[in-house]
Design a protein around this ligand. Structure first.
Ligand code: FES
Length: 172
């Protein structure tokens, strides 16, 4: 189904919040120290589709002072300190949430509610705690015309994310 397609070049990030009716995320809402949850929206077969049919396409838009973004973040895939990741935990596929995480030198982190996986979004979503075997995948974006626009699909899709998604979909 079109809603399960991966993000692809030219997709615009839209609010995940249903109250916003699929509107593009406004740059003014992307602030340092806060995050916006989003989905990719783009043409599939000539029709605009919000690709909200899989956990993998639930996205976190975060913003940091550019000097705080460090390797292995792919900096060429960020813009103005804005970095985007999938929310799908690489352990068993739950959706991570941004939480205060006042340890290990972090103020906040992406935390998985299922088994306590923790990812540092300033460093390529490296795993800082819990069982996830790999970082959540980064999505390359650019700011174009006041919107956050996808430049390519996820930068890493190791084999185990398909397994995670398969498990998550079977549970639904
Ligand atoms: Fe995220 Fe297990 S599913 S830590």
């Amino acid at each position: 189904t079109p809603e399960k397609r991966l993000p692809s070049k030219g997709d615009v990030l839209v609010y995940a919040d249903p109250a916003k009716n699929g509107a593009p995320v406004a740059l003014a809402d992307i602030k340092e120290g806060q995050v916006v949850y989003a989905f990719p929206k783009g043409k599939v077969g000539g029709t605009d589709v919000v690709k909200n049919g899989v956990t993998r396409n639930q996205l976190i838009i975060a913003k940091f002072p550019p000097s705080q973004l460090k390797a292995p973040t792919n900096l060429a895939a960020t813009d103005q300190g804005i970095v985007v990741y999938s929310r799908q935990c690489m352990h068993l596929g739950c959706a991570v949430e941004i939480k205060p995480y006042p340890s290990k030198g972090l103020q906040e982190a992406a935390v998985c509610p299922c088994h306590g996986g923790v990812y540092d979004l300033t460093q390529g979503a490296r795993v800082v705690d819990g069982p996830p075997p790999a970082p959540v995948p980064q999505l390359p974006i650019k700011v174009v015309g006041g919107q956050v626009v996808v430049q390519d699909t996820f930068l890493s899709l190791p084999y185990d994310i398909s397994a995670s998604e398969f498990t998550a979909q079977k549970k639904e």
